[in-house]
Write a protein that binds this ligand. Structure first.
Ligand code: AMP
Ligand code: MG
Length: 345
């Protein structure tokens, strides 16, 4: 069993220690502006395989390569992707991952055998210092056990990775709290996973942008996932999550009724509530997600709230919202964490 150490030193010092582990083929968890990543040398297939082992991740689910400088992205792709320069100038460093045909440098283990590779440049000094000091692109998925909510603090990473990895770099809570927007530039630009860079923001640069159908709905039987990650159970706490989508007072009325039914059945229940609905729940057990006026705050709280409530709840009831702007990223993660158990009022 490995002893897991958490380091809160300044970014450069921590990067030196982390880079030594990465270069030796080991794993390091590190902060980004989205969620904590679990990194390995992205050009070393054996090192990348250790990520899949530590997470229990199915190895047909490809990883994102993280670079410290924009120029470093281009050698990972077979050619310059259409629109890439404009997108990188506008959104990098930041929570936007770009997918295009891969170059021969990229090992099969990273792409899970696909002929495309996903690349991004994180907007976090500690992350970029680690990548730069390692001298290689770092392959990194979220640093949670496969299927669990993504970690947004070093403490969350420790909950899932204690004894599995040697080092967690602690950069405090993540700014966005949901993973990057994943955009494929093969054919019509298509969002495979929504994030803090919204469809509306991308459309301002690209004109047209498509949405993969599986963003808000489960895959149909026999349907092929545009992004392999979409076919798996995801972001799910041990508690059962149930979602009700509607205006604040109506959602609160319906969720209160569900709450009372579960309590009568002897279950431990909690409600993840928005500020707008909070006054309608009376004495029921609630936790505040944030305000509907700013879905970004709902995103940043969602995973940490699911982890917080998990230990003390059999059922977590949660309000759903509209899918404009970052509401789409919020609903994408929430519906998956609920296994698509949702009511629309
Ligand atoms: P995570 O590593 O947890 O942030 O997940 C990365 C997401 O990007 C998963 O949903 C992957 O399926 C997706 N992804 C990574 N590389 C590719 C690719 N080449 N084609 C399609 N989806 C990808
Ligand atoms: Mg993940």
């Amino acid at each position: 069993m490995i002893t897991t150490v958490i380091k809160t030193t300044d970014p450069n010092q921590a990067a030196t220690q982390g880079a030594a582990i990465i270069r030796a083929g080991g794993l390091v968890a590190f902060p980004t502006e989205t969620v904590y990543g679990l990194g390995a040398d992205g050009l070393d297939g054996a090192a990348v395989n250790r990520i899949f082992e530590a997470k229990g991740r199915p190895n047909d689910n490809p990883l994102i390569l993280h670079v410290a400088r924009k120029e470093d992205a281009f050698r990972l792709w077979a050619a310059e992707p259409p629109h890439a320069r404009a997108l990188m100038d506008t959104f990098w460093p930041g929570p936007l991952t770009l997918i295009y045909h891969r170059s021969a440098m990229v090992p099969d283990e990273v792409t899970a055998g696909l002929d495309t590779v996903a690349v991004r440049m994180p907007d976090n000094d500690a992350a970029r210092a680690l990548i730069a000091a390692s001298g290689v692109p770092i392959a990194a998925p979220s640093a949670n056990l496969s299927g669990k909510p993504s970690p947004t603090t070093a403490e969350h990473v420790l909950q899932d990775m204690d004894g599995r990895i040697p080092l967690i770099l602690d950069g405090g809570p993540c700014r966005y709290g949901v993973e990057s927007t994943v955009l494929s530039l093969v054919g019509t630009p298509t969002i495979l996973r929504p994030g803090a860079v919204t469809k509306e923001m991308l459309a301002a640069v690209l004109g047209e942008v498509a949405l993969a159908p599986s963003i808000l709905a489960p895959l149909g039987a026999g349907e092929k996932a545009a992004s392999p990650g979409m076919k798996y159970k995801h972001y799910a706490p041990n508690a059962q999550v149930l979602v009700v989508v509607g205006e604040a007072p109506e959602a609160a009325t319906r969720l209160s009724a569900l709450y009372d039914e579960f309590i009568a059945a002897g279950k431990r229940v909690s409600i993840a509530a928005t500020a707008e609905a909070l006054p309608y729940y009376g004495q029921r057990r609630t936790a505040l997600l944030g305000t509907r006026r700013d879905p970004g705050t709902l995103c940043s709280r969602l995973f940490s709230l699911l982890r917080e409530l998990d230990g003390s709840s059999d059922v977590i009831l949660c309000e759903g919202i509209g899918t404009e702007g970052t509401g789409l990223a919020f609903m994408n993660r929430l519906l998956r964490s609920a296994g698509f158990r949702v009511e629309y009022l």
